[in-house]
Design a protein around this ligand. Structure first.
Ligand code: CP
Length: 364
C-alpha cells in the first residue's frame, strides 16, 4: 500500500513485544530494515542498517521541514513530553519543533516551578506525566543512566536527550547526518574525524564514537591528558570488531589532513579542580584557531554540538567561518529528531491518527 505523503508511519502492524514489525516503520515507501527500539537511550544499541534507517528517514523528514512535503500526521493524537532536568536550547527546542511537524501533542515540563522542586522522585514524575498523556518521553538528566531507569517502567517510548557524561544519541545521529552531507561520495569510510577538547565530560563524544566508528571513520580524540582519562584504555582494547580510534594529546598529529574537526565545549560546570591549569593555557594549547585549521584537509568542516565558548575551545572567526557547519547541525537536528520520534513511536505501537492510545498493564 502506498501511503499518503503525510503519513509517515502506520504502514501495517506496529512493532510490539510479540507483534510483527512493519516492513516500512518510517513510511519511506519501500521495505526497510526492522526498527526494534521502543526507546533510544544510546547509539551503542544501533546496528549500521538501523543507523542508515534513521538517516534515510531524516532525509524524508527534511523535505517536510523544508516545506517540500506537507506536515506529517504520524504522531497525531500522541503525547510527546519534553522533560528536561538540565539546561538546553538546541535539543529541547528541536524536539518540540520536530514533534509539532509530526502533529504530536507536545508538552514541555519546566523543572523550575514543578513538583520536582518539592522533592518528587524521577519515577513519580514519570508516572504523573504518563497519567497526563505522555506516550513519548524525551528526557535530559544530569545523572548518567537516569533515562534507563525511567525506560524500565514507562510504558511508552523514552528518548534520551542527554544523560550526565554518558550519552546524547540524537546529537550523534544529527552529527553523522551533517557529516555525510559534506564528505565526497557520502561515505565516511577512512575519513579522519577529530573530536577535540573536553572528551572526559562529553556525552556527545561517547555517543559519536559509536556512530562514527560504525560508519568506518578514522576517529581521533584529542585534548589534554586529564580530559582524555579512560579513553586510551578503551582505544587500546578496541570497541568491538573493526572499530578503532586514536587517542592523543598531540594537536598537530590529530589535525593533520583531518576531514572534520568537532570541537567540544569546555564544561566548566563539570570541571573538578585541577583538571586544567587554567583556561588561558587550554586556549593556548588546544583552542581551535584559523592557524591550526590550516593543517587540516582543504575541505575540512568544523563542527560543534553547542553551546560554544567562543574564544575558549573555538575561535570566534572559526565558529562562524566558511568551514563551520554549526548552524547546519542545529537545523538538521529537527529532521533527525522527527525520524527518531517516528521510529520509536512505531516500535512502541503508538498508532497514528487516533486519540492518545490507552496503555495496558497498569492503572492510568
Ligand atoms: N548540543 C546540545 O545538547 O545543546 P543544548 O544543551 O542547547 O541542548
Amino acid at each position: 500500500m502506498t501511503l499518503p505523503e503525510t503519513e509517515v508511519t502506520g504502514a501495517g502492524p506496529a512493532a510490539g513485544p510479540t507483534g510483527a514489525r512493519p516492513a516500512d516503520p518510517a513510511g519511506l515507501g519501500t521495505p526497510q530494515p526492522a526498527w526494534p527500539h521502543r526507546h533510544l537511550l544510546d547509539t551503542d544499541a544501533l546496528t549500521w542498517p538501523q543507523i542508515e534507517l534513521v538517516l534515510d528517514t531524516a532525509r524524508h523528514m527534511g523535505e517536510i521541514v523544508a516545506g517540500a512535503r506537507p506536515r506529517s500526521t504520524t504522531l497525531r493524537g500522541i503525547g510527546v513530553t519534553n522533560l528536561f532536568y538540565e539546561a538546553s536550547t538546541r535539543t529541547r527546542v528541536s524536539f518540540e519543533v520536530a514533534a509539532k511537524h509530526l502533529s504530536a501533542d507536545v508538552v514541555n515540563v519546566a523543572v523550575s516551578g514543578s513538583s520536582i522542586e518539592k522533592g518528587e522522585s524521577l519515577l513519580d514524575t514519570m508516572r504523573t506525566l504518563e497519567a497526563l498523556g505522555a506516550r513519548v518521553l524525551v528526557m535530559r538528566h544530569a545523572v548518567s543512566g537516569a533515562p534507563y531507569l525511567v525506560s524500565r517502567e514507562f510504558r511508552g517510548a523514552v528518548v534520551n536527550a542527554g544523560d550526565g557524561w554518558h550519552a546524547h544519541p540524537t546529537q550523534a545521529l544529527l552529527d553523522l547526518y551533517t557529516l555525510l552531507g559534506h564528505v565526497p561520495g557520502g561515505s565516511l569510510r577512512g575519513r579522519k574525524v577529530v573530536i577535540l577538547g573536553d572528551v572526559l565530560h562529553s556525552r556527545v563524544a561517547r555517543s559519536n564514537l559509536w556512530t562514527l566508528t560504525a560508519a568506518g571513520a578514522d576517529v581521533w580524540l584529542c585534548g589534554p591528558a586529564t580530559l582524555l582519562r579512560g579513553f586510551e584504555a578503551w582505544a587500546a582494547a578496541g570497541v568491538g570488531g573493526a572499530r578503532r580510534f586514536t587517542v592523543t594529546t598531540d594537536m598537530a598529529a590529530a589535525l593533520a589532513d583531518a576531514d572534520a574537526v568537532m570541537a567540544l565545549r569546555i564544561q566548566k560546570e563539570r570541571m573538578a579542580s585541577g583538571l586544567l591549569p587554567s583556561l588561558g593555557e587550554y586556549v593556548a594549547r588546544f583552542g581551535l584557531t584559523r592557524e591550526r585549521l590550516a593543517a587540516t584537509s582543504p575541505s575540512c568542516i568544523v563542527m560543534h554540538p553547542g553551546p560554544m565558548n567562543e574564544g575558549v575551545e573555538i575561535a570566534a572567526d572559526v565558529a562562524t567561518g566558511p568551514s563551520s557547519v554549526v548552524t547546519e547541525q542545529v537545523a538538521n537536528g529537527v529532521a533527525v529528531r522527527m525520524a527518531v520520534l517516528a521510529l520509536v513511536a512505531s516500535a512502541a505501537g503508538l498508532s497514528t491518527g487516533l486519540p492518545a492510545p490507552r496503555l495496558t498493564g497498569g492503572a492510568q
